[in-house]
Design a protein around this ligand. Structure first.
Ligand SMILES: [Zn+2]
Length: 409
């Protein structure tokens, strides 16, 4: 995409805002606040644990169908798609949100209200994005907006954790839409000022250490996989992670052992390494793998004579590409102008989202919030406040129409 001069983009946002059809869509968001929130509650009440998003996908398919979108379908990977055709199919814009949550099967997805706040796992991440897809399709329809090019609405599977972006990877590699998509917007969580144009790279590992196990007293000296994991965690925790580029690590899960007085035969941990810089990520990755090896070596060095050493199994369970949609690209400029048009100061940032995949393929892609405010994401205390959500939806509509353009009379 050729970067357009800022003035042209600012002007196009201004013209869009002034157009009567866009004003009709804006009034839709204002008038149907409560209905949009009720829709979000319906979506988030449908359990969508990782790798089990089907019920939520089916609900989205039903809504896409009711909204009159074309060719609604659940693809082989589990993504839910439907097309809103413009005068021509291309350039094709994908507008997406993710169906899955970070929570395991059995989680209580009941939505509670406390004052202005909605509380439920996944209420914001990504209930907010999913309801934005529906509200945007409804507003386009209610305002009878016809566009020059087309919009493909997509609810993706597997954005979170071990899902490893499998839905969006499928969309861009094996789906019938692969190589036909020209730009991409993901709605992920709340907020009205954030524009994620940087794809935060990550590597995720499952480390499994195996020993022979034994009695805590009688077999003392046998290698202890939990002790070794402890040594590895301690080494990792001492890593001097730079602030710039922002680099982080997290041991997110740890398990092993069966009894307080038994030396465990096995222990595992899952680790998330991230950096906004590819070089830093590689450095952290190398440090981490060395830390695991050294931790096992240290544990093995003290083992009882003639006992077997620990067996190390280091499995890469997630790898997300990094990259950037340039701040002066058309899509980022549009998003910035639209943010300003709604009275907010745009903020560019980096995150790990569905946009990582199109960004790594060199396609213009960004992730936006769906309006409102949220907190405690990825915890059971996740909350979302829909106050002024309209501003986020209006911004989203302006960015989308800036790309697919109003149909010329
Ligand atoms: Zn998310």
């Amino acid at each position: 995409m050729i970067p357009a001069p800022i003035t042209t983009i600012a002007k196009s946002i201004e013209e869009l805002t002034a157009s009567s059809s866009v004003q009709r869509a804006f009034s839709f968001f204002d008038s149907y606040r409560e209905e949009i929130t009720e829709e979000q509650i319906r979506i988030c009440s449908i359990p969508a644990p990782l790798f089990d998003e089907q019920k939520r996908a089916e609900y989205l398919l039903k809504r896409f169908t009711e909204l009159g979108l074309k060719d609604p379908v659940i693809d082989e990977e589990g993504n839910c798609l439907a097309l809103r055709p413009g005068r021509s199919l291309s350039p094709l814009l994908v507008v997406s949100a993710h169906l899955d949550t970070v929570f395991p099967a059995g989680t209580d997805f009941t939505v509670r209200r406390m004052g202005n706040r909605l509380l439920a796992p996944g209420i914001s991440d990504d209930g907010c994005g999913l309801v934005a897809l529906i509200a945007l399709a409804q507003a386009l329809d209610a305002a009878r907006i016809a566009t020059e090019s087309s919009i493909l609405f997509v609810g993706t599977v597997g954005e979170e954790g071990a899902g490893n972006l499998r839905g969006v990877r499928y969309l861009f590699s094996k789906s019938e839409w692969a190589r036909r998509i020209d730009s991409f917007i993901s709605f992920d969580g709340g907020g009205t000022d954030r524009i994620t144009n940087g794809a935060l790279g990550s590597r995720r590992y499952r480390v499994r250490l195996r020993g022979t196990g034994g009695h805590s007293w009688a077999d003392f000296g046998v290698t202890n996989p939990i002790h070794a994991l402890g040594r590895a965690v301690s080494k990792l925790a001492s890593y001097p992670a730079p602030k710039r580029p922002r680099t982080t690590f997290n041991v997110g899960r740890i398990e092993g052992g069966s009894s307080v007085n038994a030396i465990p035969g096995e222990a595992t941990m899952e680790v998330d390494l991230r950096s906004a810089g590819e070089q830093e990520l590689l450095r952290l990755d190398a440090f981490f793998r060395r830390a695991v090896r050294e931790a096992a070596d240290d544990e093995n060095a003290n083992r009882r004579k003639d006992d077997l050493p620990l067996e190390i199994n280091l499995e890469l369970i997630g790898e997300r590409p990094s990259g950037e949609t340039k701040p002066d690209s058309q899509i980022v400029e549009l998003a910035q102008e639209a943010t300003r048009a709604l009275g907010f100061t745009p903020r560019l940032d980096q995150a790990s989202t569905d946009s990582n995949v199109p960004i790594s393929l060199g396609l213009p892609a960004i992730t936006l919030g769906g309006g409102g405010t949220s907190g405690n994401s990825h915890t059971l205390e996740e909350w979302y406040d829909p106050s002024d959500r309209e501003a986020g939806l209006k911004r989203a509509l302006l960015v989308i129409l800036g790309i697919v353009r109003l149909e010329k009379p």
